[in-house]
Write a protein that binds this ligand. Structure first.
Ligand SMILES: *Cc1c(COP(=O)(O)O)cnc(C)c1O
Length: 363
């Protein structure tokens, strides 16, 4: 079946370049030296994207989607004696809470309105009230709404209190500059199919070695054992413990090369920011209101409020799809919204075309 090609305006999987797709046109041997070299090379490149060196930090890939990487950190680096504080202002924060429940990990939830960012004041108050907290987790870009949480205000402070810090930067890493060391992040999680612009198939964790190396034996599952995967890769020059997504890895290697060619994270951040601003301004001119205050809006994905009570999202979606654009439904309960992402192989002229198509539908 050949379907009509469309531009994915979703937060990942997203539209990838032709070269990234072509990179998958080869059947790699999973334990061959050439393949292991690719793994070692992209692990090193990820540390460059994170602005850290390989003496203090390591990058460890985990098979599966982004959630598997988050679950690997939550399930294999926190012991039964620890307590995790989770700051939640969207579905991805809540998901970490679900994981903690399943593994029986003690957790305190800081629940904030989904339309507001997490603040240092709230986190401080929560830590003061819960002196037993040993680990802290928060989301950088909450893809639920597109809000950007201020990790640079919060994480260094939390770390300064001797707490291990975990940041889900799934939808921002590679698209927004993040200095992992300066921000005192112990574990940062992202995946192959978001701002690095690869295809889905694995996630990865940028971990501070000193912290990770103290988690031996803490895993509650075999396959999501982050320390286990790390040690195997270190001992065996980049060998994954179990079958790895070989095609995805090669596409990712190509995608990282393209990130460099584009001018690195700064240049990509600029492109995404321009895309987002163009989109938000154009949509507002067409009568759509943005959900999140501009001060907290990420350059990744934007939530728009339904323009009328009887707005038919399904019909709108179908029409846009036949015009060559795929968008996203909303994900919050308070207000009916839909979302449009602007990451991936998406440029200013694509936003112009999208706005014209929307004008045609709603005009
Ligand atoms: C995409 C995403 C995830 C992971 O979702 P998967 O469907 O497992 O890839 C986790 N957190 C955030 C903030 C995300 O945007």
């Amino acid at each position: 079946m050949v379907e009509k090609n469309y531009l994915l305006l979703t937060p990942g999987p997203l539209t990838t370049s032709e070269e990234v797709k072509q990179a998958m046109d080869f059947d790699y041997c999973t334990w061959d030296d050439d393949y292991k070299k690719i793994t070692q090379s992209f692990r090193h490149s990820l540390l460059e994207v994170a602005q850290v060196n390989d003496e203090e930090y390591t990058a460890v890939p985990i098979q599966g989607s982004g959630t598997y990487g988050v679950e690997s950190v939550i399930s294999s680096t926190i012991s039964d004696d620890d307590t995790l504080l989770i700051a939640m202002n969207g579905a991805y924060g809540k998901r970490i809470g679900e994981m903690a429940d399943i593994y029986g990990i003690n957790h305190v939830d800081l629940v904030v309105d989904e339309r507001q960012p997490i603040t240092l004041e709230e986190v401080t108050r929560c830590l003061d009230a819960n002196p037993g907290v040993t680990h802290f987790a928060m989301i950088h870009c909450e893809t639920t709404t597109g809000i950007l949480n201020p990790i640079e205000d919060i994480i260094p402070y939390v770390s300064g209190r001797g707490i291990t810090t975990i940041v889900d930067a799934m939808s921002s890493f590679g698209g927004i500059p993040i200095d992992v060391k300066a921000n005192k992040i112990d574990y940062l999680i992202s995946s192959s199919n978001k701002c690095i612009q690869g295809v889905p198939g694995f996630s990865f964790v940028i971990a501070r070695k000193e912290v990770l190396e103290n988690t031996k034996g803490m895993a509650r599952t075999l396959s999501l054992d982050l320390y286990g995967q790390y040690i195997e890769m270190e001992r065996n020059n980049g060998k994954w413990r179990f079958t790895s997504p070989t095609h995805v890895v090669h596409a990712f290697y190509e995608a990282l090369k393209e990130l460099k060619e584009e001018g690195g994270v700064e240049a990509r951040h600029q492109r995404y920011t321009n895309n987002q601003k163009h989109l938000a301004k154009g949509m507002e001119e067409l009568g759509f209101k943005v959900l999140i205050d501009e001060k907290f809006q990420s350059p990744i994905i934007t939530s728009f409020i339904y323009p009328t009570d009887d707005f038919d999202f399904h019909a709108f979606y179908q029409q846009l799809k036949s015009d060559g654009f795929v968008i996203y439904p909303g994900k919050i309960s308070q207000v009916p919204t839909f979302r449009i992402g602007n990451i991936g192989e998406v440029y200013d002229e694509d936003i112009t075309k999208l706005l014209l198509a929307i004008k045609e539908i709603t005009g």
